[in-house]
Design a protein. Structure first.
Lengths: 129, 129
């Protein structure tokens, strides 16, 4: 038996990968309730730290995610899921992936960097009303 | 300009994806120093919360990871990197990926679950001495 290790806030990080393109779409946090709902309904559910409530991905945008595979790591403190992404994308900024900023490599270690932004897949103003 | 958001412990989660197979190999945390070294040397560096020190992936096993792409998410509080994994695998248990436990889906939301384990790629006793 494997017990998931939620952190001191009762959360566990969830890595969401696109089952079709293999890109990482987003990372969010689940509490026990969100994790349970995810397994049961196969729709991604998370706990919002800023809004302090459970939410289902796509509840506003309609861009829901169906979980097709769920894995837990060796330390039992991180979750990796593969999903079918419905709609144009996962990011509230209009990109398919939330990880749309690429950093240049091989530079001296600066934390503040110019990033290259990816193009938008949809107009967030029309989707998030 | 984009400023990375390190958490209250000075850490940011880093998702490590295999550039070859697209599987997620591991998730670990970087502090500013580890992030800087990662950009500069293109070798993955992290901060160990349990050992409270900077470490380079592969420093004991030789299974180093070369960073080929680095991205930051919309909230600037998570990093996704693609790596070339050297050696047989990333996990200290002998698997290629740390996410070797698959959970059955479609069940009522239980956190304690039987997981299916993946086969080992190498003998950890011979690699981690």
């Amino acid at each position: 038996m494997t017990e998931l290790k939620f952190d001191e806030k009762g959360l566990i990080p969830v890595i969401v990968q696109d089952a079709l393109t293999s890109e990482v779409l987003m990372m969010a946090y689940a509490n026990r309730e969100a994790y349970g709902k995810m397994l049961e309904t196969k729709r991604t559910h998370f706990y919002s730290r800023s809004r302090q409530r459970l939410w289902m991905k796509g509840e506003t945008s309609g861009h829901v995610q169906r979980v097709v595979e769920l894995r837990v790591d060796c330390d039992q403190d991180a979750v990796w899921i593969k999903v079918e992404q419905h709609g144009e994308g996962a990011c509230h900024t209009g990109r398919r992936s939330c990880f749309y900023r690429a950093a240049p490599l091989g530079q001296a270690g600066a934390v503040r960097l110019e990033f290259r932004d990816a193009d938008k897949a949809f107009d967030p103003a029309k989707v998030y009303k």
